[in-house]
Design a protein around this ligand. Structure first.
Ligand SMILES: Cc1cc2nc3c(=O)[nH]c(=O)nc-3n(C[C@H](O)[C@H](O)[C@H](O)COP(=O)(O)OP(=O)(O)OC[C@H]3O[C@@H](n4cnc5c(N)ncnc54)[C@H](O)[C@@H]3O)c2cc1C
Length: 265
């Protein structure tokens, strides 16, 4: 779409300030609250008979002769023929307990939310050039983030003042009318970044029953329904798929890595 259409869809955008020459817009795209979605899945899973045990970290995966036998937690052992390692940036530590070295690296990512204002726009705005993304929530808050170009890998969790400065400056270049808004909260999370910024999913080739499901590199929320479907089909029926074959851990043994470029934040 051209600059006039950008203004029609998100009227608060300053197309000159953001240095836009064009944009893409998909009316069927959407955004959802990750916290509410997670709890909704948990409630639905419980209805189907799943047992969810919280505050019980896995300390070790148990195996015998390269076959998974279960997990050891801080409250005891749980027997299982299949263990899915979906511990985000901590998957690396879980994999180490069975001698697997994952290539993923944790990167701190910061995000902020403003006070509520009247509805101004519906689309989520993303720039691949500046890395900024922001949207307006149903309740009226503006929620968004931007990468710190100097961020180093590691398990860092402190929010930084430089993020607020960088985010505010860039956001005002995109939407100057938001200048009077107050930031009410700012926090950090992680991107679990794989070498090609694509997830690592599927059964380990050496350890039967040990399933990789990590390395989502900043886009795991939107991929999660399909990844879960594919892994469920594999675990319950042994059904494999093009995606599972493409996204296995073994791909990093090849010399050339095709990196995903559509990553923001
Ligand atoms: C600021 C920010 C913005 C983002 N925006 C988007 C977006 O717009 N769209 C999108 O698709 N994605 C987005 N993401 C990425 C998305 O949040 C992740 O890709 C996704 O959460 C990864 O899911 P996961 O289940 O692999 O890991 P996580 O969500 O990190 O979950 C891992 C879980 O494992 C648990 N755990 C850790 N260690 C253990 C252990 N030893 N035993 C038991 N449990 C353990 C943790 O407590 C945690 O609950 C964003 C991320 C951040 C930080």
């Amino acid at each position: 779409i051209d600059n006039a259409e950008i203004k029609e869809i998100v009227p608060i955008l300053d197309v000159k300030g953001m240095k836009a020459i064009a944009a893409t817009f998909c009316p069927t795209d959407g955004h959802a609250d990750p916290f509410k979605t997670t709890f909704a899945y948990a409630i639905a899973a419980k209805k189907e008979g799943a047992k969810i045990i919280t505050h019980t970290p896995v300390v070790k995966v148990l195996k015998e002769n390269n076959v998974v036998k279960g997990v050891e937690t801080n409250k005891g052992k749980i027997k299982a023929p299949v263990v899915v390692n979906a511990a985000g940036v901590w998957s690396k530590k879980i994999a180490e307990t069975v001698g697997i070295k994952l290539p993923n690296q944790p990167y701190r990512k910061e995000i902020m939310v403003t006070e509520r204002i009247k509805p101004l726009f519906e689309a989520m705005v993303i720039s691949f050039k500046d890395g900024i993304y922001f949207s307006q929530q149903k309740e009226g808050q503006i929620l968004g983030g931007i990468p710190n170009p100097h961020e180093k890998k590691g398990y860092l969790t402190d929010p930084t003042f430089s993020f607020i400065q960088h985010m505010s400056k860039t956001l005002l270049r995109y939407a100057p009318t938001l200048g009077y808004l107050r930031v009410i909260r700012h926090w950090t999370g992680f991107y679990d970044v794989s070498p090609d910024a694509r997830p690592i999913i599927g059964e380990d080739i050496k350890i039967k029953g040990f399933i990789h499901c990590h390395g989502f590199s900043g886009h795991g929320f939107m991929l999660s329904p399909m990844v879960t479907k594919l892994l469920t089909e594999y675990i319950t029926d042994g059904k494999t798929s093009f995606f599972l074959e493409q996204l296995n851990l073994e791909r990093f043994k090849e010399k050339t890595i095709q990196k995903e470029i559509s990553v923001v934040g």
